[in-house]
Design a protein around this ligand. Structure first.
Ligand SMILES: O=C1O[C@H](COP(=O)(O)O)[C@@H](O)[C@H](O)[C@H]1O
Length: 239
């Protein structure tokens, strides 16, 4: 049975620093028993600030970064190096500063990569790449309207029951084309951490933790096999 907890931090700054500390400790603990660990990263303001705080932490090098496999839960389908790509931002704030081998960084293909400007081909390739991968921790964000990953409310993506990775078009939040893990794929992760901050998220957080359906509030369907952890600031905690 998966365990769900909610941790409320005083502010967005403390949330990011505390989540970074939690991530470092979790990775270090896992590596004490098993050398190679796998994490799924998120984009968004809070998600990227968490990675920035990992980089700034004096405990950063307690993690053996040479043995961390890096994946993404979702990506904005843009050319390589575009500043809006979740990968670019993660590299800038953390991955460029720690010794993760390039061979362990598994970015979702860009729109000018091997699969061209075809998000379906990129999604198929990423699904193949992720076959058999067991994420230890998947970080995800939460949008104002309750989206998580790039799975938006009442969309084809939220109704996807079979595919693990899909192309997402016409997203209400720019950029409109993305590639994303589906909710069933997210649920294969051992731990899912939903990290979000700000008053604008309060309604979605409250709904997800009440009885909202995942069709209406996709974040409600992002649960881990073992642990589902909501990490929020006081403003996002709302009620
Ligand atoms: O576009 C995205 O946004 C969400 C949430 O972002 P935030 O800025 O509201 O925290 C993020 O989870 C997702 O990875 C990203 O592609």
């Amino acid at each position: 049975m998966s365990e769900q907890s909610v941790v409320v931090h005083q502010s967005a700054e403390i949330l990011a620093a505390a989540t970074a500390a939690r991530l470092i400790t979790t990775l270090t603990d896992l590596q004490a028993t098993r050398h190679v660990v796998a994490i799924g990263l998120t984009g968004g303001r809070t998600g990227i600030e968490v990675l920035n705080q990992v980089n700034k932490s004096p405990a950063r090098d307690a993690v053996d970064w040479s043995a961390v496999e890096i994946y993404w839960g979702d990506e904005r389908f843009l050319p390589a190096g575009d500043p809006e790509r979740n990968e670019t931002q993660a590299r800038t704030v953390l991955l460029d500063h720690v010794p993760v081998p390039e061979s362990r960084i598994h970015a979702i293909p860009p729109s000018d990569g091997d699969f061209g400007d075809d998000p379906d081909a990129a999604a198929k390739a990423y699904a193949e790449l992720m076959t058999g991968v067991a994420l230890d921790v998947l970080l995800v964000g939460v949008g104002e309207e309750g989206h998580t990953l790039s799975v938006f409310p009442d969309s084809p993506a939220v109704r996807e029951g079979r595919a693990t990775v899909i192309a997402v078009r016409d997203c209400p939040k720019p950029p409109p084309t993305r590639v994303s893990l589906t909710l069933p794929a997210a649920r294969r992760a051992s731990q899912v951490w939903l990290v979000t901050a700000g008053e604008s998220k309060a309604e979605a957080v409250t709904a997800a933790l009440s009885d909202a359906s995942e069709t209406d509030i996709p974040a409600a369907g992002a649960t881990g096999r073992d642990i589902t952890l909501w990490l929020v600031d006081r403003a996002a905690a709302g009620r």
